[in-house]
Design a protein. Structure first.
Length: 393
């Protein structure tokens, strides 16, 4: 299993200048190649990676773009491969049309393959550099690890990161277990399990809201384009980075625990981009980061031989009585506990939803359906979209 290990590093002034030039050249080549492919598409012509690679060679020979030869050619070729992958995903209808990279908004990164770096005795040296990078080895790499690619990036807070892709023999499927759990996400409680356990929502953004507001007020007072504005913008980015790091660390711990303890995990297929359009809940939903939770859970389950089932977003998990199966007519968000009219059972809204998700998810597994069966079986009825019938009292 290939796994990426990410570390902080502290470049020298010469290394900072070299990496900054590389970031700029990568952005320039990517945008020029995207423009060339877009113009060719308007002429009903197809341009592939090999043709853009030939264009890059021609660009380097011109006087205007001669500076492209001053950096390593490896990250420039890699950005063309990334563009090719973006178009492949677009034509397969898995993504939107590729967008141009922005100097201010786009992520500053560059990827090197084995021909663009040297890794010996735990020291990493890039092409066009004479000294190894000062990497903070916060955790050890696997024994005899040989990186196949390394990716360098700088975030908005000015921090430098390097990600090494290596083979990790420690990632093996865990021993099978009979445990299964339904998980309902929320705002008051980040997670509610079908066992009744509730995980408190840390609300990291709310904790640092005063500090963030102060930094943003200071930024608003600075003159546009000044050095003071750049410094103030970096202070705001540092607050955001602190919030994101703490949130990501918490989600990593939660998802690792769920994957280790359970063989099957049933969640709800929520449309988070649509939900954040609600102006009253957008900030709280973004702070909970349900999309990141699902992403972490799915790739860890794939690593360790677990199964994640995402129930259809229209499944009435909150309105369905987990005891008798009666479907309530309505369930506003402010109702946290309710009593079934048929059997008289009093439910905690979130625990009841988690129990219903688990039961429906196990039924989907028995039926042989997948995470999104409505896409793989367009002619049949989805097992997850079958609404339970309302029983007579």
């Amino acid at each position: 299993m290939k796994r990426a290990f990410k570390y902080r590093f502290h470049p020298t002034e010469a290394q900072t200048a070299e990496l900054s030039r590389t970031f700029g050249c990568v952005r320039k080549v990517y945008n020029m190649a995207l423009a060339a492919r877009t113009e060719a598409w308007a002429r009903q012509e197809r341009v592939n990676y090999n043709q853009t690679s030939a264009m890059l060679t021609a660009w380097k020979k011109t006087e205007e773009l001669a500076f492209l030869s001053h950096v390593s050619s490896v990250p420039l070729q890699q950005c063309l491969r990334h563009l090719q992958a973006a178009f492949t995903n677009f034509f397969a209808k898995r993504a939107k049309y590729p967008r141009f990279k922005s100097r201010k908004k786009s992520r500053r990164s560059a990827e090197y393959t084995t021909s663009g770096f040297r890794f010996r005795d735990g020291k990493l040296t890039l092409a066009k550099m004479t000294e190894p990078l000062d990497i903070v080895w916060s955790r050890p790499l696997p024994v005899d690890a040989k990186p196949s690619t390394v990716t360098f990036s700088q975030d908005a807070a000015g921090r430098w990161f390097v990600s090494l892709l290596v083979e990790d023999p420690s990632v093996v499927p865990l021993s099978a277990t009979s445990q299964a759990v339904g998980v309902d996400v929320g705002l008051d409680h980040l997670l509610t399990q079908s066992t009744g356990e509730k995980i408190t929502n840390p609300r990291y953004e709310r904790r640092d809201r005063v500090r963030l507001a102060r930094a943003q007020r200071e930024l608003s007072r600075k003159a546009k384009g000044s050095n003071n504005q750049a410094k103030a913008r970096r202070k705001v980015a540092k607050v955001h980075a602190r919030i994101a790091d703490r949130r990501r660390d918490h989600l990593h711990k939660l998802t690792t625990r769920l994957v280790r303890e359970n063989q099957t995990i049933v969640i709800e297929d929520l449309t988070v981009p649509t939900m954040v359009r609600n102006r009253n809940l957008a900030r709280a939903i973004s702070d909970a980061d349900w999309a990141e939770f699902r992403s972490l859970l799915e790739y860890k389950a794939a690593w360790y031989g677990r199964e994640v089932i995402a129930m259809d977003r229209f499944f009435p998990s909150s309105r369905l009585c987990s005891a008798c199966g009666t479907l309530a007519r309505s369930m506003p968000l402010h109702v946290r506990t309710w009593t079934c009219d048929s059997c008289g059972t009093t439910h905690d809204r979130d625990v009841n939803a988690a129990k219903n998700l688990l039961a429906a998810g196990l039924a989907v597994t028995v039926c042989g359906a997948g995470v999104r069966p409505q896409r793989s079986t367009p002619g049949g009825r989805s097992a997850m979209k079958q609404k339970p019938s309302q029983r007579e009292p």
